[in-house]
Design a protein around this ligand. Sequence first.
Ligand code: PLP
Length: 403
Amino acid sequence: MTQSPILAQGRPYLAIPGPSVMPDAVLSAMHRAAPNIYSGELVDMMPALMTDLRRVARTEHHVAMYIGNGHAAWEAALSNILNVGDKVLVPATGRFGIGWGEMATGLGADVEVLDFGLSAPMDMDRIAERLREDRDHSIKAVLGVHVDTSTSVRNDIASLRKVLDAAEHPALLMADCIASLGCDTFEMDAWGVDVMVTACQKGLMVPPGLGFVFFNDKAEAARAKVARVSRYWDWSPRAHPQEFYQYHGGTAPTHHIYGLRASLDMIHAEGIEAVWQRHAVLARAVWAACDAWSQRGSFAMNIADPAYRSHAVTALRLQAPMATELRNWVEKNLGLTLGIGLGMAAPTDPARDGFFRLGHMGHVNGQMIMGLLGGLEAGMTALGVEHGTGALDAAAKVISGTA
Ligand SMILES: *Cc1c(COP(=O)(O)O)cnc(C)c1O
């Protein structure tokens, strides 16, 4: 067998679960001279931007923007509803649920984690039981991650609301939609979510740099009872600004605003339901290929039940160290970058080389997903990784609508 040639020259493909592929329309919208931040176009753009953000989140309520990443949005949301010592419940289904809880601990909250492991969704019965036990309603908020990007589980946030209602528990329902917004179906108002956090670099297709906190009137009432909210994180002036600078607590993220404008235009031109549908079909194509590969050897999807799989990211396993070797091979030889396993094994544990993830969020289409899957097939072939056959046929059937 001859050494395979290096075929990486060409447009690279970053198939990691954030930052996601950036549309040229977003990048070119950002490529401009510095705009005036005191009057003119940038200032005039903000009200419609806030409205169009709310449309993506499916809420009529409030949104505050922050210059920051998803971690900033986590902290911003918590800072507006927590007093030191308040109890929060974290039903964790991966690294990101744990991480949001750690953020709350850092702010002085009393954090209780219900840990559902690394390959299963939230167990609603156990959450219901815990809420019923909390007779004096000491739990102030439930922090639910919609799609935990580390495990690629998608939790049923609408059911979490029903569990709170059935227990007649007044805790705020807070959802992390950093990986899911603009990918998986999410209905903030219809599902009764009180606070939702997201960031711009995943389904929203903008370079990292903006975090968002959406909140309803119940959350706003909870904010009013918090003894101290740091001025910078306070969502009130950002959501209800009297002056332009208050949207951003200072200088506006000028170029990100233009990038976000372009991305929201793309999302609304396609239609948010069509965006969800596209992600659903592309995810099914990924799963069909993974199912075929799993028929032989060690290849496996982390989440067994398709009903609980994210449409934005897929976490996978291969006998260590082949997951890492496969990532390295497709990056070097094909210009295709896959996601590392995250939170599945300690950074020093050799087992970590048995986990990887595919990002399929945002600006991705059928040919990209077929290319991604074809790249994986080529990599496993090159490395002699034992795997089932027929993966690309199975994916092609989904993509072509003939499955
Ligand atoms: C990416 C992500 C985060 C963290 O966002 P950063 O921008 O990296 O701070 C948090 N939660 C989920 C579910 C994510 O996917």
